[in-house]
Unconditional design. Structure first.
Length: 229
């Protein structure tokens, strides 16, 4: 049975900052599945373009590091200019499984939803204890700001329709963008679904992931946003 989703109408946006170790493999897996890949180099110390110049992708670069939220918005705006059917956000550190994209898109299509959010907690993923504690705490912090209690509030794998992407305008440049997206889902009354996905934890990806200190900074950014906006 043929899939109702044409991969040529899907744009996968990858924000990348100093991801020399993992990016090529991540991109190759997505290209093999015939998705349109948009890499946004967020001011890496060493330009990522030489790693990718022979690959059939779209490459954008911030001259300075602005943050993952800003890189996602740059990539989403570019993808929208190409008239996609769907836009997917995907991390550059190798944690996500490219096979999960098709599953998320099919669930999105079947449920007639606006956005699908990946969750590492619906299925049994081996998650380091410290990371699990941070992520679970993040669920409730996000609930305070968004009124959405998800099983996984900080998963970078998302799939959305073109119309949804046009409504989600990310203004939080750094990691607080994840909560901002959930707030926009609530504000715009978008229909969302959670889809179980795999997450791979390597020594490299854990070094790149959130720490307790970065989580505190996110909370502080959200608090300031709540007070002054």
């Amino acid at each position: 049975m043929c899939s109702p989703i044409d991969p040529k109408t899907v744009f996968v946006v990858i924000p990348a900052f100093n991801e020399h170790q993992s990016l090529q493999l991540v991109v190759d897996e997505l290209v093999d599945k015939h998705y349109n890949v948009v890499v946004v180099d967020d001011g890496s110390a060493m330009d990522l373009y030489p790693l990718l110049k022979n690959k059939p992708i779209f490459f954008l670069r911030h001259k300075v590091n602005l943050g993952q939220g800003a890189a996602l918005q740059t990539g989403i705006e570019f993808a929208l200019s190409r008239q996609p059917s769907y836009i997917v956000t995907f991390d550059a550190d190798g944690q996500h499984n490219a096979n999960d994209i098709e599953k998320m898109l099919l669930k999105l299509f079947e449920a007639k939803a606006d956005i699908a959010l990946g969750s590492r907690f619906i299925k049994n993923n081996p998650i380091p204890l410290k990371r699990k504690i941070l992520l679970q705490a993040g669920r409730y912090i996000n609930y305070l700001f968004t009124r959405l209690l998800l099983t996984d509030a900080h998963n970078g794998l998302r799939a959305m329709t073109k119309e949804t992407a046009e409504k989600i305008r990310i203004r939080e440049n750094r990691m607080a963008h994840a909560t901002e997206i959930l707030s926009l889902i609530q504000k715009e009354k978008l229909k969302y679904i959670e889809v179980p996905v795999e997450v791979y934890y390597t020594e490299y990806s854990q070094r790149k992931g959130q720490t307790a200190m970065s989580s505190f900074r996110i909370f502080f950014d959200l608090l300031l946003n709540k007070i002054f906006r």
